[in-house]
Ligand binder design. Structure first.
Ligand code: UDX
Length: 428
């Protein structure tokens, strides 16, 4: 099939490259000329394992990029993968998405053939009508049928290509059988080889599934963190408890790692957005609000545990891990942010280390020291706080001997307790 993907950010680029890999003819449309040039030169504008290879393989063949909407109507469908920035109150700003929907609609004004516009961006159910209106306004009296569908993504950073090409489920949110059939055709090459569940529903339910999915997982972590804090009070190891409750398959063993909390671009944003949307329509989702509160509390608790052992004022203090999770250089909503802020409030000289995320954190905290290894960060440090569960932190050993005050407060249970250091786990 012939498919457009509007927006070449993280989701859009992954989608475009993977659709090309499924054998479709894909046109990536983006207003950023540099991004378009990169894609046409066979390079992915974002870093994601496996993506560079896919872009290199398909660019110039069945994957092209352009800044123009000119040929939109020649395709069978257009995915909208446009950013939806958060507002101050957590709600999402769909203006950029609406603008792209309008331009797509305009380009469809003289379409002879049917065309499906598919929202890939994560938008709350009440916002779908705005996209329907924007498309309809542009498309006007197009001869062909033009409809809007939603098809949420469930990609994790670091495994996005793998998650796309081998999904547990795909969700089609459509208003008609015709639109459902278009999505079936797009995904047919993938579904032929994989036993993914296909969920067919309306556009509003489909996007609610995405929010509920992320809100559930984030709340699962907050719940185990809440229980973990209780365990710590009683001198009980929360990981032993988590391992045992995970054996109940109604609970499940995954996402039960208690610690300094969830970060990244999805959980914090999506939980905030669905809370804001619910409140706007008159309902306060109490459990979700509590999940956010527990998540905000965990970095504070990490700092309070640290205070019990070290007076940070004027001291060199190491922060190990700056990325929001291992395997990525993304620092958005990383728990390292409140931890560094807390240390700065205490008057500490913060030294940060991360194997790949330093540059991204430097933009936010240009004033702190960054070093090239965990060993260097620990040298002369009065205490270390562990924020990201990079495997290499589990292999640290003699490096602790060079600390001025050998205190390790671990927010991810990655460092081993050993002789010669005072070790504090957040929930164990
Ligand atoms: C998440 C969802 O998993 C994905 O389906 C969705 O599309 C986007 O959001 P991602 O943000 O890439 O993906 O990260 P994920 O691996 O889910 O981890 C999210 C956060 O939860 C990280 O900060 C991680 O450290 C934390 N986490 C995860 C825990 O604290 N404990 C756990 O047991 C699991």
């Amino acid at each position: 099939m012939n498919i457009n993907v509007v927006g070449s950010g993280y989701v859009g680029t992954t989608l475009a490259a993977c659709l090309a890999d499924l054998g479709h003819d894909v046109t990536a449309i983006d207003i950023d000329e540099d991004v378009v040039a990169e894609l046409n030169a066979g390079r992915a504008p974002i870093h994601e394992p496996g993506l560079d290879e896919l872009v290199a393989e398909h660019a110039g063949e069945n994957l092209r990029a352009t800044t123009s909407y000119e040929n939109v109507a020649e395709a069978d469908a257009t995915f909208l993968a446009i950013q939806t920035p958060s507002r101050e109150d957590g709600s999402i700003d769909v203006a950029p998405l609406e603008a792209a929907a309008e331009m797509t609609g305009d380009a469809l004004a003289d379409a002879e053939d049917d065309h499906l516009v598919i929202v890939k961006s994560t938008i709350t159910p009440p916002k779908i009508d705005a996209v329907r209106d924007a498309v309809a306004e542009g498309a006007g009296e197009a001869a062909g049928r033009v409809e809007v569908a939603t098809n949420p993504e469930f990609l994790r950073e670091g495994t996005a290509v793998e998650d796309f090409l081998d999904p547990q489920k795909v969700v089609f949110g459509t208003d008609s059988e015709w639109a459902g059939a278009v999505l079936e055709d797009i995904y047919a090459p993938l579904l032929a080889d994989h036993d993914a569940h296909v969920v067919r529903t309306d556009p509003e339910t489909a996007t609610m599934i995405k929010y509920a999915n992320n809100a559930f997982l984030a709340t699962k972590i907050s719940l185990i963190n809440d229980l973990g804090n209780v365990c710590k009070e009683f001198g009980i190891d929360a990981y032993e408890v988590a391992d045992a409750i995970g054996l109940d398959d109604r609970i499940g063993e995954r996402f039960l790692r208690s610690g300094v909390g969830w970060g990244g671009s999805c959980f914090p944003k999506d939980v905030a957005a669905i809370i804001a949307a619910a409140r706007e329509s008159g309902y306060d989702p109490a459990v979700l609000e509590a999940a956010v509160e527990v998540n905000d509390r965990q970095p504070e608790r990490l700092l309070e545990l640290f205070d019990e052992h070290v007076d940070a004022e004027g001291k060199r203090v190491a922060v190990l891990g700056l990325a929001f999770k291992p395997g990525t250089d993304d620092t958005r909503n990383s728990r390292a942010i409140p931890v560094i802020e807390g240390l700065q409030e205490r008057g500490a000289d913060v030294v940060g280390y991360d194997p790949v995320a330093t540059e991204n954190m430097r933009d936010r905290f240009p004033g702190i020291e960054y070093v090239d290894s965990a060993g260097e960060a620990l040298e002369g440090a009065s205490g270390a706080l562990v924020v990201t569960d990079w495997d290499e932190f589990g292999a640290l050993d003699e490096e602790f001997d060079a600390m001025a005050e050998p205190v390790v407060v671990d927010g991810r249970r990655i460092v081993d307790r050993r002789e010669g250091i005072t070790y504090e786990g957040l929930t164990w």
